[in-house]
Write a protein of this length. Structure first.
Length: 596
């Protein structure tokens, strides 16, 4: 009788499973582990909401929900060996991703994996340098394995059957993340679960490495001569379109730039290297020549290497960190390996208000320009990234209705964008001109890409058939060296309506003191100093040939007007008595009296 009673109790336990508190405790431990090893979820969600990318938000949240469900499926697997296998995979992915983020400040990307692979011979030195991160990796690895390999919580027979059938379910978020990385041509994995994303990124990187070896960056072979200036500044703005800078006196859009025109050299409108921030910045930092875009970009000496060889201290200022695209410290394909070449790295913290980012960037630039010795500065401005209304204080809403005040349509987008350009570009240059000693300095100003204001389409970053407005950027130089200014002005006239980002690398090299004859051997004829024979083009999508067989090159006609028509009639200045027909009024953009 007693045996039958115990058998009945065992059978009942088999059907009913463990007490509810046991399940709750196991789930709570997993959620704590996930929360402790992930970051950036809230920032990423807020970012895509601000940008109106609700489909992206749904996919982002959905993939997170799927990943959590698969984590629970792995943790409750009845078969100990299946559970152990997933415990190792999940714990290893988490440990690598978490330790890398603690060491670098950013999520692991395909460029990081490729960089680490090409520098694998430095593994021992890296282990010494990142010893604390390695210890953290081991701790997370052990804790993760312990959590997911813990003794099974008994479940009812029906649930056991379903868990067994779903044993391979964790492969789904791994595959989904890999598909996103391939579709985004190297991006898209930011702030996704550490438990699966690093595995996906590593798998995609492994395929890229297997397809073709990843080269190591070459050292600088040239010997520099005496540099014509001691300070070179590259200001790379965000989302600034050339035709939204007005050079007419007393214009309402960019009046300070118009007043400064005698001190500036306008090389624009120009074509950007790419139509995505990360691609354009990579082309600039990796010293791309138009004829050499592709996998060889991974082997080029970086802009920092050239500056160091010429005796310049290197400075990087990032006013976009943690705001525009990536909740991490490194972005635009920058890797920890690259940061090792930078003497002073300034990533502005989240505590700085968005509309104050460019002012803080300028403070740092001005301070660095006052330092002794030659210095090369590369600064990423915050500029006018979408949503535009965050780029300027509400009190500076000059053109209205803005997007914050009305519906999201082309007219309100342009109004908000005009406000952003007026605040972040026009006012910025006024401060730069008043506060900087440029007597022994050359400043090169451009933007990473332009903008398109059609609410039905993406503002930029198109891969196939991109709108030329996405590549339409300003190109301006500024210096107190009158001899160099005359040469730059002459080059601007020669290259009128033919300037591109591909003219910047040879110009910087000449300013650093490298011989023009050597520069022409790699970059051909053409720089901001001399005539280019190339028609303006820009790239879209994968510039490294990691995911595609060839680089996408697109022509752009810089003689054509691209300004959206009818904007002025939809906007109202904060000057209600202003006669729309009077000189200096809110003229319709695109007319012949509004030149670049």
């Amino acid at each position: 009788m007693q045996g039958s009673v115990e058998g009945a109790r065992a059978e009942a336990a088999n059907h009913s499973g463990a007490p509810l508190w046991a399940f709750a405790a196991r789930i709570l431990v997993i959620l704590i582990f996930v929360a402790a090893t992930n970051s950036g979820f809230v920032q990423r969600a807020v970012l895509v909401v601000d940008q109106g990318r609700l489909t992206t938000l749904a996919g982002f949240v959905g993939l997170w929900a799927l990943s959590l469900a698969c984590l629970f499926i792995a943790a409750f697997q009845p078969n100990r060996w299946v559970r152990a296998a997933w415990a190792v995979v999940i714990a290893a992915s988490t440990a690598v991703g978490f330790a890398f983020r603690r060491a670098s400040g950013s999520d692991l990307t395909i460029m990081d994996v490729l960089s680490l692979w090409s520098a694998r011979h430095e593994a021992e030195r890296a282990m010494d340098f990142y010893a604390s991160a390695v210890v953290l990796l081991l701790v997370v690895l052990v804790v993760g394995i312990a959590i997911f390999l813990a003794p099974q919580v008994p479940v009812a027979a029906a649930k056991r059957r379903w868990l067994t059938r779903l044993a391979w379910a964790p492969l789904v978020p791994i595959a989904c993340t890999a598909v996103i990385v391939v579709y985004k041509e190297g991006g898209g994995a930011q702030a996704l679960p550490m438990q699966f994303a690093p595995v996906s990124v590593a798998a995609v990187s492994g395929v890229a490495i297997a397809k073709a070896p990843i080269p190591e960056r070459r050292p600088v072979a040239w010997q520099p001569q005496a540099a014509p200036v001691r300070r070179v500044v590259m200001l790379v703005d965000e989302s600034i379109r050339a035709d939204y800078i007005d050079w007419l006196p007393d214009n309402p859009y960019t009046p300070e730039l118009a007043r400064l025109k005698p001190r500036l050299v306008d090389h624009g409108p120009a074509a950007s290297g790419g139509v995505c921030s990360h691609y354009s910045n990579a082309l600039l930092r990796f010293m791309a020549a138009r004829q050499d875009v592709g996998r060889q970009l991974l082997a080029n000496p970086s802009i920092w290497s050239y500056a160091h060889k010429a005796g310049f201290r290197t400075v990087f200022v990032d006013a976009q960190a943690a705001f525009n695209r990536n909740p991490g410290k490194l972005q635009n394909f920058m890797t920890p390996d690259e940061t090792a070449e930078i003497d002073a790295f300034h990533a502005l913290p989240e505590s700085v208000p968005v509309h104050s980012l460019d002012d803080r960037l300028l403070d740092i630039v001005l301070e660095e320009l006052r330092s002794p010795g030659p210095v090369f500065i590369y600064a990423n401005k915050n500029g006018a990234h979408f949503p535009y209304d965050k780029s300027y204080p509400a009190s500076e809403t000059v053109f209205r209705p803005s997007m914050a005040e009305g519906t999201d349509d082309q007219a309100t987008r342009v109004n908000s964008y005009r406000n952003a350009v007026r605040w972040t570009v026009d006012r910025f240059f006024k401060r730069l001109a008043e506060e900087a000693d440029l007597s022994d300095t050359v400043v090169i100003y451009t933007s990473d890409h332009g903008q398109r204001f059609d609410p039905r389409r993406a503002t930029h970053c198109s891969v196939d058939d991109p709108d030329p407005r996405e590549a339409l950027v300003p190109m301006v130089t500024m210096t107190g060296n009158e001899s160099l200014r005359a040469q730059l002005a002459d080059g601007a006239e020669r290259n009128r309506r033919r300037a591109t980002h591909f003219l910047i690398a040879p110009t910087v090299l000449e300013l650093l003191g490298y011989a023009p004859e050597q520069i022409r051997g790699t970059y051909g004829n053409g720089s901001l100093f001399e005539t280019t024979g190339d028609a303006p083009t820009f790239t879209s999508g994968d510039i490294f040939n990691l995911f595609s067989s060839k680089v996408r090159l697109h022509p752009i006609d810089l003689t054509q007007p691209y300004l959206e028509h009818g904007w002025a009639s939809a906007a109202t200045m904060l000057r209600p008595t202003l006669d729309p027909a009077a000189p200096g009024s809110c003229r319709p953009p695109g007319t012949s009296d509004n030149p670049i």
